[in-house]
Design a protein around this ligand. Sequence first.
Ligand code: 13P
Ligand code: SF4
Length: 335
Amino acid sequence: MNAPKLGLQGLDIRDEIDRLRRERNAVILAHYYQAPEIQDIADFVGDSLDLSRKAAATQADVIAFCGVRFMAETAKILSPQKIVVLPDMKAGCSLEDSCPPDQFKAFRDAHPDHIALTYINCSAAVKALSDIIVTSSSAETILSQIPHDQPIIFGPDKHLGGYLNRKLGRDMLLWPGVCIVHEAFSETELLKLMAHHPGAPVLAHPECPAHILDHATHVGSTRSILDFALSYPADTMIVATEPRIIHQMEKALPHKQFIGAPGADGNCNCNMCPYMALNTMEKLYVALRDLEPQVEMDETLRLAAKASLDRMLDMAGRTVGQGDVGTPMIKAASA
Ligand code: 13P
Ligand code: SF4
C-alpha cells in the first residue's frame, strides 16, 4: 500500500540505500533490535553505548540512525553539526514514555541531596535534568565510581536500577518505569523451556524483572549478551532480550541453536519491540533520499543534555569496547 506514495516501484532498495549512502557521505548506525536486513546493510551495529560513541566520533555528514528516537536524539546531542535522520520519528520507547520531564523534575526537587543517575532510554529533557547518563553496558563501571554514601535516584528503568542495587550493594531510589518488551517474559514458560534444554545458559538483559534475572547465567547489555553467546561452549542457548539480536548469533554460529525466551503465551512474538519495528528498509531509503525526518533540537536543551552524556563518556571511555561492560554476572548453567 505504501509503495506508490513513497515512489519505490521497481527500485532495488539495497542498491539505492548503498548509492545514497555514498552520495550523502552518510553512515548507517543500527541497534541489535533492528530487522535483520537493516542490521546487514548498516555500517555499524551496536548497543546504546557503542552507538553513542560512533555518533560522537563519525566523520560522516549524515547519520541515518536505525534505532529509536532517544538514540537518534543522543546522536544529535553529541554531533550537532551532522544531519541526523531517523526512518520513523514515531519510534519511541516505553521507558521514555514512563518518565515525563515535569514529573521527573518534581521527583528530583523532592530529593535535593540525591544526584540523578539516569538510563539513556529517556528524553533529551530528562537527560538535561540528570547528572550522569548510563547505558546497560556502562552502568556498573560508572556507579562503581560514585561513593557509597552519595544518595542517588535512578530512573526510568526500575528493573535495571534494582539489578544494580542488588549487584553492587547500593540503595538507589528507583523511578517506576519498565520496558514493555522485557517485562513480557514469563518465568513459568522460561522454566519449562529450561527443563526442555538442560544445560542451556540463559542470557538476559538487565531490563528484565528480577524473577527472570534470577535464572540467568549471564546478565548484560545487548553487546555483552552477544559476546557471551559467541564464546560460551553450549550448543543451545536461551536469549532473554529482544529476539532480533539472535540474527547476529545465527550469522556467527549457524550450527548452534538460539531460542528466544518466551512470553506468557509460550512464544516470543510479544517480545518484539514495536517501536524498533517501525523502521523498515523502505523508510531508511526515503530518509536518505529526502533527508527527512530529521532530529532537530533547541541549542539550550542540547547543551544541558550533553553535559550528562559527556559525563557518561568520560567515566566509561569514548572508544568502542573500552572498559564498559562491568563485571559480568556469570553462574554455571544448570546441568
Ligand atoms: P543496550 O543495547 O544498550 O543493551 O540497550 C537495550 C535497549 O533496550 C535499547 O532500547
Ligand atoms: Fe524501549 Fe524496551 Fe523497545 Fe528498548 S526494547 S526501545 S527499552 S521499549
